[in-house]
Design a protein around this ligand. Structure first.
Ligand code: NDP
Length: 256
């Protein structure tokens, strides 16, 4: 087999949480370009449906939007069922949905801490568990978790303690599930992106530039399209011997 063929996702279905904007949109598009049918799930179902129609027209794949709140187990089950109904299968899950709140630790109210963990950790856990029950029955599959360099470093100048702790949990849960589910044929890996221009990361704000950009070896932020190829790699047979890995894609940010 030609090496590029191992990156093909033809005949497979991917569910991308939060897949209609930012990094998730680039992942949905990249997976469809690699041949997958794609199901985009988030709370803004209109945005999911609209973007799905655009990507379907662009790529010729089946791309559908579905309502999904990762914090609600019933909603997660409904989204997995929607993926199966729309395409007849589910092979790949990209746990991309996430939330970040900037606030100094002494001022973080419990509700805010809870909201970040509900989305980034509990939500990722629920989607993984519900999807893995299907993947195990189907003989295997792939989960790609979107972690962060914030699992390894403390960002500055803004403080975001809940986010940092939540992403550390994502990296370790990735390893834990990878070990436990390898015998089921389910590979679980994570990506730790550095700064990427999206609604979550105001990389053009001069307040952040000295620390986020000027401090980095490459002295720039990434565009979402620069992270998407790694998602395709981890979703495909090109990474068939990888599980439990956290792949850092940060322009060298964590080197200093
Ligand atoms: P955005 O804020 O642009 O997008 C977040 C997406 O998550 C939205 O589509 C949102 O849709 C969805 N989402 C949030 N909460 C829920 C929920 N409860 N259920 C379902 N979907 C939800 O963020 P980014 O594109 O920047 O981030 C994507 C991922 O990448 C996140 O996990 C983030 O932590 C991570 N990351 C981002 C970096 C960056 O620099 N941008 C760096 C490192 C990691 P809706 O609100 O409609 O539900």
């Amino acid at each position: 087999m030609n090496v590029l063929d191992t990156f093909s996702l033809a005949g497979r279905t991917a569910l991308v949480t939060g897949g209609y904007r930012g990094l998730g949109l680039a992942f949905s598009r990249g997976l469809a370009q690699a041949g997958a049918d794609v199901v985009i799930g988030a709370r803004d179902v209109d945005a999911c449906t609209e973007v799905a129609a655009q990507l379907a027209a662009e790529t010729g794949r089946t791309v559908v939007g579905t309502a999904l709140d990762v914090t609600d187990r019933g909603s997660v089950q409904a989204a997995v069922d929607a993926a199966l109904a729309a395409t007849g299968r589910l092979d790949v899950v990209v746990n991309n949905a996430g939330a970040c709140i900037h606030r100094p630790a002494l001022e973080v109210p419990d509700e805010e801490w809870r909201a970040v963990f509900d989305t980034n950790v509990d939500g990722l856990w629920k989607v993984s568990q519900v999807a893995a029950r299907h993947l195990a029955d189907a003989g295997g599959g792939v989960i790609v978790n979107i972690g962060s360099i914030s699992a390894e470093i403390v960002n500055r100048p803004q403080w975001q303690p809940a986010y940092n702790a939540s992403k550390a949990a994502v990296h370790q849960l990735t390893r834990s599930l990878a070990a436990e589910w390898a015998p089921l044929g389910i590979r679980v890996n994570a990506i730790a992106p550095g700064y990427v221009r999206t609604e979550m990361a105001p990389v053009d704000d001069p307040a952040f530039k000295p620390r986020w950009i000027d401090d980095a070896p490459m002295q720039r932020y990434a565009l979402p399209e620069e992270i998407a190829p790694t998602v395709v790699f981890l979703a495909s047979d090109a990474s068939s011997f990888m599980t439990g890995s956290v792949v850092t894609v940060d322009g060298g940010y964590t080197l200093f």
